[in-house]
Write a protein that binds this ligand. Sequence first.
Ligand code: CO
Length: 248
Amino acid sequence: MPKTDSEISYIRESSKILSLIFTELERIASAGISTLEIDKYANFLCRKYKVKPAFKGYKGYRHTICANVNDIIVHGVPNNRKLKNGDIIGLDMGVIYQGYYSDMSKTIYIGDVTEEVKRFVEKTYQSMMNGITILKPGIRVGDISYAMRDGLYDDKFILMEDFVGHGIGKSLHERPNIPGHGLNKGMGDEIKENMVLAIESISVMADTNEYFIESDQWTVRTKSGALSALFEHTVLVTKDGYEILTLS
Ligand code: CO
C-alpha cells in the first residue's frame, strides 16, 4: 500500500539510521570476530541510535542480525564461529524507528576472496540494482523480478524463489512479495507511487537453488554447499522513479 508523507518521513529516518549502523558493522566484520560478537555490537548500535532491532522477537527470532556466512542463504543465526580469511558474509538487519521499519542486507568479503567469487557477489549486487532502477509507478512486480534475473544473468548463478523482497513500513513484511525467481514480466501487483519496498536479490553460485533448513529452524543453507550472496535496500517509489532510502 502507498504510504503517506508523514509515514515516509519516519521510514526515511529509520532507513538512514540503518545504513549508518551498517557502515559501523562493516568496519568490524573481519577475520577473527564471531558472528555473535557482530550481533552484540549491532544490538549496542541500536541503543546508540535509539532504534529497535526489527528481527528480534519476530516469529521467535532471538538476534539482531542474520549472519549468512558462505553457503548460508538467509536467516543465519549468529554463533561463536570466528570469521576467517576468504569467507563471504551476508549481513542482514532491520530496525524500527518510531514504529516504522527498514530492512537492508549486504554481502561483504572477509580478506581475500577469489575473482570468481567476487564476480558472483558483484552480479548479485547488480541484480538488486537492476530491480531498483526499473522502479516507477505502473510497472508490475513481475517486471522487478525479471529485471533482477536479467541483472544476475549467468548460467551458473540463480536467484531464490522462496525467499523474497517485500513491502515494508508499519511492519517488516507487507504486500507485495517480490520474488527473484518464478514470476514473469507483466505479472503480479501493480507498483504505485509512494509504495516502500525492500528489494532483495538472494542468489546461489550454482545452477540450482535447492536448500535446506537447519535443526535450529532458522538457518537456510544451499543443498549443494555452493556459496550464496544477498543484497537488499529499502526503496521508495516516487512519481517518476525511485529513491533508495537505506543510504547515508
Ligand atoms: Co527483507
